[in-house]
Write a protein that binds this ligand. Structure first.
Ligand SMILES: [Zn+2]
Ligand SMILES: [Zn+2]
Length: 78
């Protein structure tokens, strides 16, 4: 059990543990964390994270591919 809070990148990978920011040792990223989880972007020292930027761009590329077709079909039937 670690007293800190795990900070995760947008793609789900562990960025670091809040204990490390405070100069203490993390029990291990695979251990349960008392502080729970936190998004990388929220962390005060993790501004402009390259890994998160990449994950965000990847999502933007995928997003336009989603088209709600069932709605169009319903309109055609009526
Ligand atoms: Zn990140
Ligand atoms: Zn930790």
């Amino acid at each position: 059990m670690c007293d800190g809070c795990l900070v995760l990148h947008r793609d789900g990978a562990v960025a670091f543990c809040s204990e490390e920011l405070d100069g203490r040792r993390c029990a291990g990223y695979d251990h349960p964390h008392l502080g729970g989880y936190m998004s990388c972007r929220v962390a005060p020292r993790a501004v402009r994270c390259r890994r998160c930027e990449h994950a965000m761009q990847f999502r933007l590329m995928i997003a336009p591919g989603f088209v709600p077709e069932p709605v169009l079909e319903a309109v055609a039937v009526n």
